[in-house]
Design a protein around this ligand. Structure first.
Ligand code: PLP
Length: 382
């Protein structure tokens, strides 16, 4: 399978016909436990927390798409990030991108730091800052690229070089790009994670998270966390993500075509300020995007003058829904300061550069002309 291209992998990796019936779709194995064949022997499964046939298929699929050695499914993207840091010990140090999903900051600052693990937030788009932050006890550098919601890129290969020279691993939250547009492991990272709630599922009808490792130790480590801590994805959710993955490359292509068209429209609009979209040539990291991504995706954000203007804009939208989340077939618009970044302090948002007028867009797969017309009329209402 490893030699196949993305669309082939998306349809076939982990998705071979059911050996028992020939069903071309992966069956949903709704069984918590499995009959053993003797004392200490089984048919490959004994209890669904440790492993389930439907989950196994999805784990095979995500590992193939990311070019990793093992995939591990969790109940949500946050559960996957919690699993990522679950093997750290008191006294360990983590370097994390400053400009990350605020739920990651909430987990790190309100829970993980209570275990004696120190988290240091750094502008990882600046490799000198990453180098400066490394310490003898740094075990993990966790990056999100492009970042949420300011679409700042981090040079994955550059960070991997620095981290590895200091004996640390690099994990990449690849949610915004999906495996179709960016392969962090091929760029030198060690671990990839996804909120499968977004592009991998793609239909906004389930929560999930994935970790993809690149070594046998990762397979053992994350398998143990699944079994011991238990935050595993249900077989039904696994089926939904498997189904979503089959159309992932197709959807991502349409998302991106629409994303580019919307960005080109917004960049000329007089009411739109500080549009952040790496597919525009004036994005400060356009060259890096060309180097490490296979496309620019469909996430972007921009500023209006105030919270009131943002409110008027969101209320006037007719196709875009005023909703958090991203990566589904439908276009969404959200007010960053009160949704994705509502859980961090005003001071934190100021440090990141998220003001009260910042709007994030997740461009769906509707007709781009309709999306642009909707944005145009909503901006007219501002
Ligand atoms: C980039 C990113 N990572 C992780 C998460 C968390 O995922 P979940 O909501 O599935 O827990 C999100 C959620 O919005 C996200 O945007």
């Amino acid at each position: 399978m490893a030699d196949y291209k993305y669309s082939t992998l998306a349809v076939h990796a982990g998705q071979h016909p059911d050996p028992l019936t020939g069903a071309v779709n992966v069956p949903i194995y709704l069984s918590s436990t499995f009959e053993l064949t003797g004392i200490g022997t089984d048919r490959g499964w004994d209890y669904s927390r440790a492993g389930n046939p439907t989950r196994d298929r999805l784990e095979t699929a995500v590992a193939a798409l990311e070019g990793g050695t093992s995939g591990h499914m969790f109940t949500s993207g946050m559960a996957a990030i919690a699993a990522l840091v679950a093997m750290l010990r008191a006294g360990d140090h983590v370097v994390c991108s400053l400009d990350v999903y605020a739920g990651t900051v909430r987990l790190f600052d309100q829970i993980v730091s209570g275990y004696g693990i120190e988290i240091e937030y750094v502008d990882t788009s600046n490799l000198c800052a990453v180098e400066k932050a490394m310490r003898p006890n740094t075990k993990l550098v966790h990056i999100e690229t492009p970042s949420n919601p300011l679409m700042v890129l981090t040079d994955v290969a550059g960070v991997a070089r620095i981290a590895h020279a200091h004996g640390a691993e690099v994990s990449v939250d690849n949610t915004f790009m999906s495996p179709v547009l960016q392969s962090p492991l091929a760029l030198g990272a060690d671990i990839v994670m996804h909120s499968t709630t977004k592009y991998l599922n793609g239909h906004s009808d389930g929560l999930g998270g994935a970790i993809i490792g690149s070594t046998p130790e990762h397979k053992e480590r994350f398998g143990l966390i699944q079994k011991a801590a238990g935050g595993v994805m249900s077989p039904f959710e696994c089926f939904l993500v498997l189904r979503g993955i089959r159309t992932l490359p197709l959807r991502v292509r349409q998302h991106e075509e629409n994303g580019l068209a919307v960005a080109e429209f917004l960049t000329t609009h007089p009411k739109v300020q500080k549009l952040a979209y790496p597919g525009l040539k004036n994005h400060p990291q356009y060259e890096l995007a060309l180097k490490q991504q296979r496309g620019f995706g469909s996430m972007m954000s921009f500023e209006l003058n105030s919270r009131e203007e943002a409110g008027r804009f969101l209320a006037a939208l007719k196709i875009f829904l005023n909703a958090e989340s991203l990566g589904g077939v439908e276009s969404l618009a959200s007010h960053s300061a009160t949704t994705t970044h509502g859980s961090v302090s005003q001071e934190w948002r100021d440090r990141m550069g998220i003001n009260e007028g910042r709007i994030r867009l997740s461009i769906g797969i509707e007709d781009k002309e309709d999306l642009i017309a909707d944005l145009d009329q909503a901006l007219a209402a501002v």
